[in-house]
Design a protein around this ligand. Structure first.
Ligand SMILES: O=c1ccn([C@@H]2O[C@H](COP(=O)(O)OP(=O)(O)O[C@H]3O[C@H](CO)[C@@H](O)[C@H](O)[C@H]3O)[C@@H](O)[C@H]2O)c(=O)[nH]1
Ligand SMILES: [Mn+2]
Length: 571
């Protein structure tokens, strides 16, 4: 109502032709129409919220180990200076130690930086995991990233094992950090593993063969931890890169991982994590499986997205990077209309969906898989046979990056892939449990924040203007509410035009002595006063209910103005 009153005021009082400020007035009318319509879009994210919870202990006890699906976990890293190897392997530990049968678990590290330091760290990790995993299981450790666990201080030294394991970890950390600082691996360590020879032949980060190493083969009965328990499979992959072939960034890495893993473990569920985001809950696989394995309602579920939490936030989140309103309000809203967006890290997928399968009503998923009659190959044979799947020519003249796998050519490859999945008839699920399932690292400087924002705004706009735009392509394929939800995010950067106009022009006109708003004594004044205060009070309450602070909200308003600048100004 308030918004309509503002429109009515603006429309009814346009200065006559020749009068001062006519065009500015019409501009303001345009901006206010835009803001009003955008506000309607944001309501799509609030209209139909769904909150979910799981009864994972029931599932936990229902199935025998052999009837559970295999889970392949993809961790992506791209640069050993920005993403230090010690952080990467902490993420790897947190997922290797999941409370899930090790035989059904495989962890793949994709290293687009092709760094032998990262490889060295993973090699060290494959050894330390033999101590860490049984320790976690024995003492029900949480979280299972050693760095986060030791830093949390929740490890009272009552067990002798804690001292031992901490010492082992610190020694390993020292070796890795020293190597990272030196920028090279000590000769003695190099000689210990045949894998390093693959770095010998000259090649650069952007021009090299595939490097693939199965560091732990979960099928090998000798691959055990110190207590004799099975270990999950652990694989290092640096896909082939050539300057003349586009590598398609994370989407390219994910697609190579999908193929490589299909030949090694072929888990039916795939979890993707950025290397800076560790798992904070060792049971979250079960949470996701509760949806996929639901016999009645699970067949149309393509992916289960968890929110991305961050552990490096200051209390008042100075750069507004924690997105608590998106996580705690808006994504519950899109869930009500068919499911959240796929936002990369922290998402479980059905493998079939990533292969581009369309949803059909009679589709029933079979979890049991008969792969025991596969001929047992040696690790080397398997590696050699799998390498071509990660070559850069593999995708030529195929549908990879288009109909199959993650989509190429978009700065937010995850969002567009998720949209296309939903357009194929699949649903998704948003699960936001009390204990955060994943915790990552958010940008900590203004310039990092703005670079990230710029990439996202551009990526979203790309989707809006693409062939697959939610505005037309998705029409009748997904629900109207979800369409509006997508458009609301995709159109974000267009807001900047109205914002810039609105924040600059009226003040300039005030300098000329022309007021573009009604006087306090004018009854129209109340429509403005009402809309402005209602909007801010609502957003403050929403922010506080999502766990924020008043100062945090204020910071978000400040950063909002930065983020609202046209993408080209941001960098
Ligand atoms: O050529 C590349 C570039 C990036 N990455 C990895 O992709 C991830 C995400 O890249 P980053 O630059 O950290 O982007 P963010 O903005 O932090 O990531 C968010 O936004 C991306 C784009 O929407 C999503 O893919 C991510 O999952 C999501 O966390 C990181 O693990 C990188 O190591 C690669 O594997 N290869
Ligand atoms: Mn990141």
């Amino acid at each position: 109502m308030g918004v309509c009153f503002i429109w009515a005021y603006r429309f009814g009082n346009i200065p006559r032709e020749g009068e001062d400020g006519r065009w500015v007035w019409i501009g303001l009318l345009g901006a206010e129409l835009w803001f009003g319509l955008y506000w309607v879009l944001t309501q799509a994210l609030r209209w139909n919220q769904v909150y979910r919870c799981t009864f994972k202990d029931r599932l936990y006890h229902r199935y025998a180990e052999e009837d559970l699906p295999g889970i392949d976990i993809f961790v992506c890293t791209a640069d050993s200076t920005v993403e230090p190897p010690i952080m990467v392997i902490n993420t790897v530990f947190s997922v290797m130690a999941y409370d899930y049968p090790a035989k059904k678990l495989s962890v793949y590290l994709s290293d687009d930086g092709r760094s032998n330091l990262t490889f060295y760290a993973l090699l060290e990790a494959s050894n330390f995991a033999r101590y860490w995993i049984p320790y976690c299981k024995k003492f029900k450790v949480e979280p299972r990233s050693p760095a986060a666990y030791f830093a949390s201080g929740s490890n009272p030294n009552q067990y002798g094992e804690t001292t031992v394991i901490k010492k082992l970890y610190t020694e390993m950390e020292d070796r890795i950090v020293t190597a990272t600082k030196l920028g090279r691996i000590l000769e003695e360590a190099r000689l210990k593993h045949r894998g390093f020879s693959q770095w010998d032949s000259y090649s650069s980060r952007h021009d090299h063969d595939t490097i693939l190493q199965i560091l732990i083969d979960g099928k090998d009965p000798n691959a055990t931890d110190i207590d004799g328990g099975a270990l999950p499979t652990l694989v290092y992959l640096a896909r082939e890169k050539r300057p003349q072939h586009p590598h398609n960034f994370k989407a390219g890495a994910m697609n190579a991982l999908i193929r490589v893993s299909s030949n090694i473990s072929n888990g039916q569920i795939i979890l993707n994590l950025d290397c800076d985001m560790y798992s904070n809950n060792s049971l979250c696989i079960w949470d996701a499986l509760c949806f996929f394995m639901d016999k009645e309602n699970g067949h149309d579920i393509a992916f289960v997205q968890f929110p991305q939490g961050f552990e490096n936030m200051t209390k008042n989140d100075i750069y507004g990077s924690s997105f608590i309103v998106i996580s705690n309000v808006e994504f519950h809203g899109v869930d009500g209309f068919g499911g959240p967006l796929y936002i990369g890290s922290g998402c479980f997928h059905r493998r079939d969906v990533l292969y581009g399968r369309k949803f059909t009503k009679d589709f029933k998923f079979q979890w049991k898989k008969d792969d025991d009659n596969k001929i047992q190959k040696t690790m080397q044979e398997l590696e050699e046979e799998t390498k071509p799947l990660a070559s850069c020519t593999y995708e030529q003249n195929t549908e990879w990056g288009n109909e199959i796998g993650l989509k190429y050519g978009c700065l937010v490859e995850d969002v567009i892939t998720g949209l296309l999945t939903q357009c194929k008839g699949w649903k998704s699920v948003y699960l936001n449990p009390e204990r955060k399932a994943f915790l990552g690292v958010a940008p900590i400087t203004l310039s990092q924040t703005l670079v990230q924002q710029k990439r996202w705004s551009e990526g979203h706009l790309q989707i809006l203007l693409s062939k697959y735009s939610p505005a037309w392509y998705a029409h009748a394929k997904i629900s109207l509410g979800l369409q509006l939800g997508y458009i609301c995010y995709n159109i974000w950067s267009v807001n900047c035009l109205a914002t810039l106009y609105y924040s600059i022009i009226p003040s300039l006109y005030l300098l000329k002595g022309i007021s573009l708003y009604p006087q306090v004594s004018d009854p129209w004044f109340w429509s403005f006063a009402y809309v402005i205060s209602a909007k801010y009070i609502y957003s403050l309450v929403e922010f506080l209910c999502s766990g924020g602070t008043i100062l945090g909200w204020w910071n978000e308003q400040r950063i909002w103005l930065y983020k609202e600048q046209p993408p080209t100004f941001l960098h």
